[in-house]
Design a protein around this ligand. Structure first.
Ligand SMILES: [Zn+2]
Length: 257
């Protein structure tokens, strides 16, 4: 990494509660300031992720979403306000992030990127957050992150339960998203549109994704590396399980190209 940017007095005051943390400190905050996070999806998960990463001083945010804000989104997608209905979600969320922290660079991509565009977006970022709602995007992002060796912080939430995992392709034995979900499972894909979701659940999972991303940006290993964390809002239970690499995984296994 090139020389880290010095923090001026205003930045030091703004981020004092991070600098006070031994695990982040001045240098960790400098790394966050120099960092670039790519967020795919600015809905329920992407809203808290973008707001927390902006508030925390992430130097560059790239927000990717081709959807527009609808009335039924406002129950849980807190980066958007009532007046944003009809606007592109990436633009609406970018406005909120800039208002929160004008020092940041916030870029928007308001199309669904193809594989080549996704590869370029991932390669330009230091950490990638999957806040999307469909399996084709999740698998495409996994492939791009493996190829570019970028850590992928993946979140999902539906009805009363959510989960997250970090797939860090920089680690030699790390599993990937495909180890967890074979593509054949696509038929079983469920959506919040058809099944519903309790509003704060996406906030819980999104905040956990932001916490993992900030630790990675600060130069720490992912707290969740190699584990899958599940949260059940109805039972108020948080559980984690080891997430082994599938040796036969076509993306990261021994037969992968
Ligand atoms: Zn894999």
């Amino acid at each position: 990494m090139s020389a880290l940017p010095e923090l001026d007095d205003a930045q030091l005051a703004r981020h004092a509660r991070h600098v006070l943390l031994a695990e982040i400190g001045y240098e960790g905050q400098q790394r966050i300031r120099a960092g670039h996070a790519l967020i795919l999806g600015l809905g329920g998960l992407g809203s808290p992720v973008a707001l927390y990463l902006a508030a925390a001083g992430t130097g560059t945010l790239t927000l990717v979403d081709d959807d527009r804000v609808e009335l039924s989104n406002l129950q849980r997608q807190i980066a958007h306000a009532d007046a944003d209905r009809g606007r592109l979600k990436a633009e609406s969320a970018a406005g909120r992030c800039r208002a929160l922290n004008p020092a940041l660079r916030v870029q928007t991509v308001c199309i669904r990127p193809d594989a080549a565009a996704l590869a370029a977006l991932v390669a330009a970022a230091d950490v990638v957050l999957d806040c999307s709602d469909n399996f084709p995007t999740r698998h495409a992002l996994n492939l791009a992150c493996r190829a570019a060796r970028r850590p992928l912080v993946s979140g999902a939430a539906i009805r009363w339960s959510g989960q997250l995992a970090v797939f860090d392709a920089r680690e030699p034995d790390a599993p990937c998203y495909r180890c967890l979900y074979p593509e054949a499972d696509e038929a079983a894909a469920e959506t919040c549109t058809a099944n519903g979701v309790i509003a704060p659940l996406v906030g819980v999972i999104g905040a956990l994704q932001a916490s993992e991303a900030l630790q990675l940006l600060a130069g720490r290993p992912a707290a969740l590396a190699g584990r899958l964390l599940r949260y059940d809002a109805l039972g108020a239970r948080l559980r984690s399980a080891r997430l082994p690499r599938d040796p036969d995984c076509p993306v990261c296994g021994r037969r992968a190209g």
